[in-house]
Structures are given as structure tokens and as C-alpha cells.
Design a protein around this ligand. Structure first.
Ligand SMILES: [Zn+2]
Length: 122
């Protein structure tokens, strides 16, 4: 069965870090020759800029195709398989009760990162 994890429309807000591609983290503390101490700051880079909007998703209940258990989608275990001969990696969800792989189909609602509007597939 297929389930849609919906976005809470009231939770969509402008991301204060929109477009950010790097951020700073505190690094090691150094003892300076003059007796003072200073903390190294490291700049970290990320491949994709931070989105313009952030949002929270509304939980939804899913039903396992195999054992028929009904449980909130957050309980699905996410596992990553791959790295074989083709070095392809893919994420699968696993039923927390019967360990069935891809026990239900999950689709996440998307939103337009320019306007902040939810894109509905229906
Ligand atoms: Zn199951």
C-alpha cells in the first residue's frame, strides 16, 4: 500500500540559513606563545545550499503489506543497502515488527522551494 507523508502547511517558514553552503564549527583550542588561548574555527562546506523554506511533516500511519501491523511511519526502520559491484546505494524502509523490506510505499509531499507552497499530487 502507498502512504503519503504530508507536510504541515502551518509549519512552512522561511529558512534563516537559506542558500547557505558553508558553516563554521568550533575546532581545537590552541595555546598561543603569548600565553593566551584561542579557538580554531573550521569552515565546513556542504554540496547543496540550504533550502529557502523549512517545514515539518505530519505523521501518518502505515500498514505493513506483510504482517498487516498498523504503526506510525516514524517507526519504520531505514536501512541502506548497496555498495556492491555497481556501487549503487539505495535506502529502503523495513517493518519494525516483521522485518519485511519495503513493507509499504511511502511518498513524501514536496513543496516549492521558491514560493513555499505545498505541491500536491492530487
Ligand atoms: Zn510487517
Amino acid at each position: 500500500m502507498k502512504f503519503v507523508v504530508r507536510i504541515d502547511p502551518d509549519s512552512i517558514k522561511k529558512n534563516p540559513d537559506a542558500g547557505r553552503t558553508s558553516f563554521f564549527v568550533a575546532g581545537m583550542i590552541h595555546n598561543n606563545p603569548d600565553g593566551s588561548m584561542s579557538r580554531e574555527v573550521q569552515q565546513m562546506h556542504q554540496m547543496t545550499p540550504d533550502p529557502n523554506y523549512t517545514c515539518e511533516v505530519l505523521g501518518c500511519d502505515v500498514v505493513c503489506d506483510e504482517c498487516g501491523k498498523i504503526f506510525p511511519h516514524e517507526e519504520l526502520e531505514e536501512r541502506r543497502y548497496g555498495g556492491g559491484w555497481d556501487d549503487e546505494w539505495y535506502d529502503v524502509n523495513v517493518c519494525p515488527y516483521c522485518e519485511e523490506v519495503e513493507c509499504c510505499e511511502l511518498e513524501y509531499e514536496q513543496f516549492n522551494d521558491v514560493t513555499g507552497e505545498v505541491i500536491s499530487n492530487e
